[in-house]
Design a protein around this ligand. Structure first.
Ligand SMILES: Nc1nc2c(c(=O)[nH]1)N[C@H]1C(S)=C(S)[C@@H](COP(=O)(O)O)O[C@H]1N2
Ligand SMILES: [Mo]
Length: 203
């Protein structure tokens, strides 16, 4: 191997070592109070955060606060050419269901909460979506990796999958996805869409 090749490999291995050390320092910050200033990921301790639930990304960080608090917000349920719009008051007037489900974040925490809201499958039934239809969920977030997600029919039609309006007995905190968010069983935290804007039926 050429001298150049060896140098490159050494540099590469050093890069991996440095990245691993940085990761250990960051994740250690989540476990040890003394290192908490190093915790760049925000409030992740069990029980920390509003409504006894950690926050992954705040409304301010996601730049959604003004849209999320706008009284003209409507949840749009789109099926081809037809769109149904629901205000938060309208959603609260529909039949409410409850589910005890965790938020399980890949960054290293999982916290149970009790959620209340409208079953996603009830909203889908109101637009006569077929039971084998998947859905595309879009957040109010202007940009970000979790702005648009898709959900297969097995989750979309599960009776525990909610468009959640309340958590732990209170209206959703802005940081937990007010005015409405998705909560579904058996899904990673990244797919539990906050600040829900649109539900599209994928036929
Ligand atoms: N729109 C949107 N939804 C989102 C996120 C986000 O950044 N934007 N983060 C996800 C991640 S990674 C997790 S773990 C959960 C955290 O929910 P919580 O902050 O209410 O605990 O929300 C998910 N939903
Ligand atoms: Mo997460």
């Amino acid at each position: 191997m050429s001298e150049h090749g060896r140098t490159t490999r050494r540099g590469f291995l050093f890069g991996i070592g440095a990245a691993a050390a940085a990761l250990v320092a960051l994740t250690a910050g989540q476990s040890f109070g003394v290192l908490s200033p190093l915790n760049l990921f925000g409030p992740r301790r069990q029980g920390a955060g509003p409504q006894s639930l950690p926050v992954n990304r705040t409304a301010e960080q996601a730049k959604v606060s003004s849209r999320a608090l706008d009284p003209s917000w409507r949840l749009k349920v789109v099926d081809g050419p037809s769109t149904h719009e629901y205000s938060r008051e309208h959603l609260l007037a529909l039949q409410q269901s409850e589910a005890e489900l965790p938020i399980a974040c890949v960054e290293g925490w999982s916290t149970d909460a009790s959620w209340r809201g409208v079953r996603l499958r009830d909203l889908l039934a109101s637009v006569a979506a077929p039971l084998d239809s998947a859905v595309r969920l879009t957040s109010l977030e202007p940009k970000g990796h979790y702005r648009v997600t898709t959900m297969g029919p097995e989750f979309a039609h599960d009776p525990r999958t909610l468009v959640a309006l309340n958590v732990n007995g209170e209206p959703l905190d802005l940081d937990h996805g007010f005015p409405a968010r998705i909560i579904a069983p058996g899904r990673p935290g990244v797919l539990q869409t906050k600040w829900l804007s649109t539900i599209e039926v994928l036929r």
